[in-house]
Ligand binder design. Structure first.
Ligand SMILES: C[S@@+](CC[C@H](N)C(=O)[O-])C[C@H]1O[C@@H](n2cnc3c(N)ncnc32)[C@H](O)[C@@H]1O
Length: 390
């Protein structure tokens, strides 16, 4: 079943519920009338806070479910350029989308996709707050690894024209990490799922191409299925390759041995099997001992690296002459792929109509002020490439 998380995280949510309870008992105006000045002030500030969080029309004031990273640097790469068509391959909660549409009133068509149907719901909500833009906005559910096929089906003329800007902001959004039922967090207990696309059936189905020819049998994979069914050698391989985990052999055999005790069912089970205590709050460590295992499983479940390679190839060929492709990555495996594929693209000169120029020799990272406000941007790296006008 599809489950979309609310805007407020569970811990913040419960604190809020208690505080909203206080408001229900005594609103600021009643307290003021009865002479409880300091309580009245506290209630007034709570009222304002609740208003800010839950009022649908409060626009900029609304607490965002995900804080977009490197926004200033991203916008700078399109500043002064005519951006008539833009493709956001990871629209998420619509943070970058909102900013680029606002910064470019000349935008005619904005296309946004995301593999997570819950994210699309939030993006729709976020982009409905836009005013002053005439852009036609088309948001749809898709995996970016198939972007060309999907774009061809939806809007072949647009694909033919190409995009003046494309963004791939990789990884997870805060709402995915903070939703225990998605199984991405080692701090929150939940089922060991980790599918970015929670609408994928867990039953075996046939993957068909446009002509209806069967390509392969596909099973919606979960992290639980990997932990409880894959061989120690295969689990070891993903821990080593996708998690860059030094203890891969030891941890793989611990995961397999756990099957003798009923297997690993939840994020909490996995976090304790791979050696970390399941800690939260003030006992949180800088890097949880299960972090690399969780990263490896997430990459395997969603086939992230293969999808990224294919997405960069597709996206670069969807650019209009002079168009720019920005990719934001969050760990070294992703950044390495972006770096080498961009380098390769910029070195190929034989195809006269598809030549590229690298705009970032080293990756752009967040400054101290942004890291202070949003610790999740610490590992963000952005690289940008431009299709040359021939
Ligand atoms: C870091 S978030 C993007 C946040 C967004 N830029 C914003 O400002 O709200 C990454 C998003 O990429 C999506 N995603 C990850 N892999 C994907 C894929 N293969 N195809 C499409 N979307 C994907 C995730 O579901 C998630 O919503």
């Amino acid at each position: 079943m599809l489950h979309c998380s609310p805007f407020v995280s569970p811990t913040v949510g419960s604190a809020r519920v208690c505080r909203i309870g206080l408001l229900a008992v005594a609103s600021s105006s009643i307290l003021q009338r009865r002479g409880f000045r300091s309580l009245a002030a506290a209630a007034a500030s709570l009222e304002a806070e609740v208003e800010e969080d839950f009022t649908p029309q409060s626009g900029e004031k609304k607490r965002l479910p995900h804080t977009p990273v490197l926004v200033r640097q991203f916008l700078e790469h399109f500043e002064g350029r005519s951006v008539k068509t833009f493709l956001d391959c990871t629209v998420g909660a619509g943070g970058h989308a909102f900013e680029i549409i606002q910064a470019h009133p000349e935008l005619e068509t904005f296309v946004g996709m995301d593999v997570d149907p819950c994210a699309l719901k939030l993006a729709r909500q976020r982009l409905s707050d836009l005013s002053g833009s005439m852009a036609k906005v088309d948001l749809f559910h898709a995996n970016f690894k198939n972007m060309k096929k999907d774009l061809k089906e939806r809007n072949p003329e647009l694909l033919e024209r190409g995009f003046d800007g494309i963004l791939l902001d990789l990884g997870l959004s805060s709402m995915q990490v903070d939703a225990p039922e998605r199984g991405f967090s080692y701090y929150l207990d939940g089922p060991l799922d980790m599918r970015m696309d929670s609408s994928v059936s867990l039953f075996l189905h046939r993957d068909r191409d446009l002509t209806g020819t069967c390509l392969q049998d596909v099973l919606g994979l979960t992290a639980e299925a990997i932990c409880n069914n894959w061989s120690a050698a295969e689990i070891g391989r993903i821990l080593r390759e996708y998690g860059e985990e030094m203890r891969w052999k030891f941890l793989a055999s611990r995961i397999v041995d756990a099957r003798l005790n009923g297997g690993i069912k939840t994020t909490k089970d996995l976090a304790s099997v791979v050696g970390g205590r399941f800690t939260s709050g003030r006992f949180k460590r800088a890097r949880h001992p299960a972090a690399r295992t969780f990263q490896a499983l997430r990459i395997a479940v969603n086939d992230e690296l293969k999808s990224l390679r294919s997405a960069i190839g597709h996206a670069s060929s969807c650019l209009a002459p002079g168009g720019r492709l920005a990719v934001i990555s969050f760990h070294s495996l992703e950044d390495r792929i972006v770096k080498y594929q961009f380098k390769e693209l910029s070195l190929v000169f034989d195809k006269a109509d598809l030549a590229f120029m690298l705009l970032t020799t080293s990756p752009i990272t967040a400054d101290a002020a942004e890291i202070e406000k949003n610790s999740r941007c610490r590992s963000a790296k952005m690289r940008v490439i431009q299709r040359l006008c021939q």
